[in-house]
Design a protein around this ligand. Sequence first.
Ligand code: ASP
Ligand code: MG
Length: 401
Amino acid sequence: MLIVQKFGGSSLANAERMRHVAGIIADAYIEGHDIVAVLSAQGDTTDDLLKKAHELNKKPSRRELDVLLSTGEQQAVALMAMTLEEMGLPVVSLTGRQIGVLTNTSYGMARIMRVDTQRLRLELDKRRIVIAAGFQGYDRNEDITTLGRGGSDATAVALAAVLHADKCQIYTDVDGVYTADPNRVTNAIKLNEITYDEMLELASLGAQVLMNRSVELAKRYGVILEVLSSRERKSGTKVKEVCRKVEEMKISGIAKDNDVARIAVVGVPDEPGIAFRVFNTMARSKINVDIILQSYGKDGTNDISFTVPLDDAENAAEVLAELGEAIGFDHISVDKNVSKVSIVGAGMMTASGIAALMFEALYDAKINIQMISTSEIKVSVLIERSLADLAVQAIHNKFFG
Ligand code: ASP
Ligand code: MG
């Protein structure tokens, strides 16, 4: 079998962990498999490099940042190759350029355009273990690019896709995907399987197990992912197109997202074009809008509220204040003290009463819902931030208790 394995920074944080990971790689190799191991930078290396950069330049160019950040992964692969050499195994480390990851020119958030597998194939044919640098590529100008935070996942999926790997294993410091954050919710259950769409929703909702774009890539190319622990040897969670759920679960998971603020534009005229102007203003400022609610306000006016990423809240309020002058409004309010809590499950498409169950759990816990939004496989509510953990636990008890 050809197996692509990916190891995240915390799994590589020190010499002891490096040796442990080398053991996992070695075992698979000795079993007779061809191994491509994609590594991210050790521990907090990437953050440390970012800090160093900002000590010298508050706004370094993204090109130079990529040159710098890519060194984290380069260190990791060299050190891992040395560890395996020490064990007497045939191994070679390769950079993003050497594994042929051609990207577009968007430094810091580059997209993979093509992977040229020639060198990889050559090394695998020689029965060498390949230790590949994740997160980095090169563009048409031969400049180093990086794929965005958490980008090693994307490297692993891309390599698994182009090499038609039999398995793509993502080793992390959690042992799989859970119904809720196991560090915060008692009785969180590890899932055997989850669909790509569910995983995408959970990732974007702040579950942070896999980089979102890597899941999109996996879905597009039909790469089945397995998320598993680098510490304990036990089976993890498979991410794939459809799941056969053993016991029919109503939902797959609950996520909390604190990176959100609520903006309300109060007292705008009730006439055509107002929503357009409000959200066009957001779009022009490149502010991502999520839940939207329009309701009747006082004296025939409307109130429009919506959520934006926390960091964009001030900016959103500022540009809206300008617009407000032009169209006429009462005031704008910004609430940064909110969280979005969501339930996700492909089963929602066919089952009814799921949203009601969630609302009942919140009612039992006396938690007020400020906004609601739904999609085919998701129900989200906006609530006061200090109650978010309580809400997640209450909903979890309702569905899995
Ligand atoms: N080292 C990079 C980061 O910390 C890439 C990765 O971890 O996948 O974002
Ligand atoms: Mg990292």
